[in-house]
Design a protein around this ligand. Structure first.
Ligand SMILES: Cc1cc2nc3c(=O)[nH]c(=O)nc-3n(C[C@H](O)[C@H](O)[C@H](O)COP(=O)(O)O)c2cc1C
Length: 186
């Protein structure tokens, strides 16, 4: 039996590509974890804007967001964990509405119907009432809303440490790695 955990990392067109890049770097060092990367068109645009046009580094298989013949699009082969990082308000709204109109929205839909972990990392400020209602709907449906809001209590001295501390929290939430001591409140 294959004991490898299948993790879908869905990157959408919100600001915060650095979190997704760091997630890929951190998971590349973990044993028994297969990362399947999906990106929206806008995610690629934001990524280039924020991180440049260099290669995306990590250990992952790249899946196409306009295909539905992916294993994780079916409840019979659902992912172990799906993380939408960062999650645009557009994608969040589509998942809340159950549109299932691209692979990311469908895979998220499958996670919810199968009662499997779905972690959404929205990045927007301020929120309007529609955003807040969509987040409530998704929470009621079983998703975890984990806003891209890193803490400062570990006194990060640079941006990389700040990003890393937040990604470490996501890895903990996803059940992939315990939170390191330096990122805990003490
Ligand atoms: C540079 C840039 C930054 C953006 N930042 C955000 C953001 O932080 N949050 C958000 O919800 N949308 C943001 N958007 C808008 C989304 O990309 C847009 O709503 C898009 O339709 C989302 O599509 P997707 O969900 O398919 O990726 C940004 C767009 C660009 C070009």
């Amino acid at each position: 039996m294959n004991t490898c955990k299948n993790i879908v990392l869905a990157v959408t067109g919100a600001s915060g590509a650095c979190y997704a890049q760091r997630f890929l770097e951190r998971t590349a060092t973990l044993d028994g974890v297969a990362i399947h990367l999906l990106m929206t068109d806008t995610a690629r645009e934001v990524w280039r804007h924020e991180l440049g046009s260099g290669p995306i580094t990590g250990r992952f298989s790249l899946l196409e967001n306009d295909r539905f013949d992916l294993p994780f699009c079916s409840g019979s082969a659902a992912a172990d964990v799906v993380v939408v990082l960062p999650c645009s308000m557009g994608t969040l709204g589509r998942i809340a509405a159950g549109t299932a109109d691209d692979a990311i929205a469908r895979i998220a839909d499958v996670q919810l119907k199968e009662r499997r972990p779905l972690i959404l990392v929205p990045r927007e400020t301020p929120f309007n009432l529609i955003h807040l209602r969509n987040m409530t709907t998704l929470t009621e449906a079983g998703a975890i809303i984990a806003p891209a809001a890193p803490g400062f209590y570990a006194r990060p001295q640079d941006l990389a440490t700040l990003v890393d501390s937040f990604v470490a929290r996501l890895l903990q939430l996803a059940g992939l790695q315990p939170l390191e001591e330096q990122y805990k409140w003490s």
